[in-house]
Write a protein that binds this ligand. Sequence first.
Ligand code: ZN
Length: 227
Amino acid sequence: MAGLGFHNFFAKDKTFRPKKKFEPGTLRYNLHKHADETLSAGIDIRETVKLPKDEELNDWIAVHVVDFFNRINLLYGVISDYCTDESCPIMSGGPKYEYLWCDNDQYKKPTHLSAPKYIALLMEWIEKQINDETVFPVQVGIAFPKNFQSICKKLLSRLFRVFVHVYIHHFDRISQIGAEAHVNTCYKHFIYFVTEFNLLRKEEIEPLIQMTFRMCPDLIEKLSKKQ
Ligand SMILES: [Zn+2]
């Protein structure tokens, strides 16, 4: 059923789905702007991911998770026309890894899916979490849930799988359109961030570990340690 169902989820009109935004004037909005500006100013990524003085860690994590979701969503949108049930019948990260989808909802057991179906479900699932104000409170003064960081670890580990798929299966397309540097910057930002706060298990990084070492040699020591 090429071209039907989930593949069209990322068709042109849906590629740029509404972005989660923070209310201007709130602390979270200002943090978000800060993260944005320091990056575009070309400051060392390693420094930009560090928690600014006097900021709450959960706020810092929240703005980054939302930001990574938006960026990775756009990034996948760039190659989504090339990621079909035919081109990518399984959600793999190279020959050694296949990700099975499980959401305790429609898919109660780990299920083999094509990459576009898997990624559509993954992005929908993440969007639902970050729009849930009991998990990601929008108003300042409303506390994050106690398990906020463990939820974020799960969100980030799933988002990482989109990088794995794009890098391993669609990087030719990224190069063709000249978006290589942009994708690499986005990846570096992500990996420095999750490493800084121990938000991603080393096993998750495994499919891209050699590339990560080449891009970020200063992380070799940290990522080589047993967790
Ligand atoms: Zn694909």
